[in-house]
Design a protein around this ligand. Structure first.
Ligand code: FCB
Length: 432
C-alpha cells in the first residue's frame, strides 16, 4: 500500500472558481473595439471575437459545466457595447440577458464576481476620443451607475478594471491592442485617468448598494496583472526594481490607495488619499528575468526568460513560487484580503496544466499557513476562447472548445480541478 501525502490543504472557507471575460467567450457582438481590431487584421490567425465560444447562446450549458465543476464562485465580465450600444441608450434585452445569467449562477450557489471593464469598449467610446480625452470617464461612470443600479441586487462584488497596466502597455505604449496608440505621455495620462475613475467608482458602487439597501456585503477592487521581476546582475537588479515600479506599482498603488506615483500626472490638490479597494485582485501567470538595455522605448530594460524553467505553449516561464512572493509582498503592504483573480496556462495538450494547477495552489496554501489572507482562487479559464492577439490559437481552457461545432470537451485538468473544488485539498499516493 502506498502512503497518501497531502500536497496541499486549503481552508474550508477558501473559495475556488473559474474566470472568463465577455468579449473572449460570448460571440456575436459587433459594437466593441476588439471586433473592429480583428476586422482590421491584427489577430495572428485572423479569427474574430464574433465567433468565440457562442457563450451568449450557451449560458445554460456553460452554467451546467460550472455546476459540474463544483466551483463556489465565478468571475465574469459584462460587455459595455451590448449594454449601451449608443451613448446614453441602454439595451433592456442585454440587461435581462445578464440578469438571467447571473441568476443562474446564484441558483447554483455560485457567487458572482463581476468585472466592469476587461480590455474591450464600445467603438463609439473610442470614436468619442476614449480615455485619452479628458472628461470621457463620465461615459464609463454613467454606464457603471446604470449597471450597479440594475444588477446590484444580484451582485455584491465588483472588479472595476481588469489589468489596467496591461491595457495601457499594449493599447497606448506598444500599440498592439486597440486603440493602437504608441505614446508614453498619453499612456501616463490614461493610467492616471483609469486610477481616478476607479477611485470614483469605488465610492459610487458602495453608495448605490447602500442607498438601495441591496443585500450582501459590498466588495470592490481591481484585478492587477502582477509579474515577478528578478535581476541576475547588478544592473539587472536595478532595472528589475524599475520594471516593478512601472508595470506593477503604478496601477496597484493607485487603485488601492488613490496615490498617483511618479511619473503619473497628479490629482487636483483637494484629493484625499485613502483606501479604495476591499480586496487585492491579483492575476498571476509568470515571472521575468530583466536585464538592462540601452533603449528608452523599453524603459531601459528587457524582459527575458529563465532557460532552466518549463514553458507554457506561449513560452511563458512556469514559476509557481511567484504566486507566493506577490501575495506575501502585497499582503504585508496593504493588509487586504487577496483574491487570485486569474491564474492559468496555455497548454493545448494539457501536459503541464495539472502540475501547474497543483503547484500554484500548493504555494497559496503555504501562503495561507503563513498568515497571508488569501481568500479565493479563480482559474483562467473555463474553456478555450478568443485569446486577444493570439485569437483561437492559445489554449487556456479546462475545457477544449471546438469553435466550429461549439462542442466543449473536458481536459483531464477539469477533472483535477473538480476534485480540488470539492475537497479543497490534493493528495498524492507515494510508493507502490
Ligand atoms: C490576462 C487577461 C485575460 C487572458 C489571460 C491569459 O492578461 O486578463 O483576459 O487573456 O491574460
Amino acid at each position: 500500500m502506498g502512503v497518501c501525502m497531502a500536497i496541499f490543504k486549503l481552508p474550508d472557507d477558501f473559495l475556488l472558481g473559474t474566470v472568463t471575460s465577455s468579449v473572449q467567450i460570448e460571440g456575436g457582438d459587433t459594437g466593441n473595439t476588439w471586433y473592429q481590431w480583428a476586422k482590421d487584421g491584427h489577430i495572428v490567425d485572423n479569427s474574430s471575437p464574433f465567433t468565440a465560444c457562442d457563450h451568449w447562446n450557451k449560458v445554460e450549458e456553460d452554467t451546467r459545466i460550472l455546476k459540474s465543476l463544483h466551483v463556489q464562485t465565478h468571475r465574469m465580465s459584462l460587455e459595455w457595447s451590448r449594454l449601451e450600444p449608443a451613448p446614453g441608450q441602454f439595451s433592456a434585452a442585454a440587461l435581462q440577458h445578464y440578469r438571467e445569467e447571473i441568476q443562474r449562477l446564484l441558483d447554483e450557489n455560485i457567487e458572482p464576481l463581476v468585472t466592469l471593464h476587461h480590455f474591450s469598449e464600445p467603438v463609439w467610446f473610442q470614436e468619442a476620443g476614449g480615455w485619452q480625452r479628458e472628461g470621457n470617464a463620465q461615459y464609463f461612470i454613467a454606464y457603471v451607475r446604470y449597471v450597479v443600479e440594475n444588477l446590484g441586487d444580484l451582485v455584491c462584488e465588483w472588479v472595476t478594471f481588469n489589468e489596467p497596466n496591461v491595457y495601457t502597455l499594449f493599447g497606448y505604449e506598444i500599440g498592439s491592442f486597440p486603440p493602437g496608440i504608441r505614446n508614453l505621455r498619453i499612456s501616463r495620462q490614461v493610467k492616471a485617468e483609469l486610477i481616478k475613475t476607479h477611485v470614483h467608482l469605488y465610492t459610487l458602487i458602495h453608495q448605490i448598494r447602500r442607498d438601495r439597501q441591496f443585500p450582501g456585503r459590498t466588495r470592490v477592487g481591481a484585478a492587477m496583472h502582477l509579474r515577478v521581476f528578478d535581476g541576475l546582475t547588478f544592473f539587472g537588479k536595478m532595472v528589475a526594481r524599475l520594471a516593478d515600479h512601472i508595470f506593477n506599482e503604478l496601477c496597484l498603488a493607485g487603485m488601492t490607495t488613490g496615490r498617483l506615483k511618479f511619473p503619473l500626472p497628479g490629482w487636483p490638490s483637494s484629493h484625499k488619499k485613502g483606501r479604495y479597494a476591499d480586496f487585492l485582485g491579483i492575476n498571476y501567470y509568470t515571472r521575468n528575468i530583466v536585464e538592462f538595455a540601452w533603449d528608452p522605448r523599453l524603459y531601459f530594460y528587457r524582459w527575458l526568460n529563465d532557460k532552466s524553467l518549463d514553458k507554457s505553449d506561449l513560452g511563458w516561464d512556469i514559476y509557481p513560487q511567484g504566486i507566493y512572493r506577490v501575495c506575501k509582498k502585497y499582503y504585508s503592504r496593504y493588509k487586504l484580503p487577496i483574491y487570485i483573480t486569474e491564474n492559468g496556462i496555455s497548454d493545448k495538450h494539457d501536459n503541464r496544466r495539472p502540475d501547474y494547477l497543483v503547484r500554484h495552489l500548493a504555494w497559496l496554501a503555504k501562503a495561507v499557513s503563513a498568515g497571508i489572507k488569501v481568500e479565493r482562487y479563480y482559474h483562467w479559464t473555463l474553456m478555450d476562447n478568443f485569446e486577444w492577439l493570439e485569437g483561437e490559437t492559445a489554449k487556456f481552457g479546462l475545457y477544449h472548445c471546438n469553435f466550429r461545432t461549439q462542442e466543449r470537451t473536458a481536459r483531464k485538468s477539469a477533472e483535477l480541478f473538480r476534485a480540488v473544488c470539492m475537497t479543497k485539498e490534493f493528495t498524492a499516493e507515494i510508493g507502490g
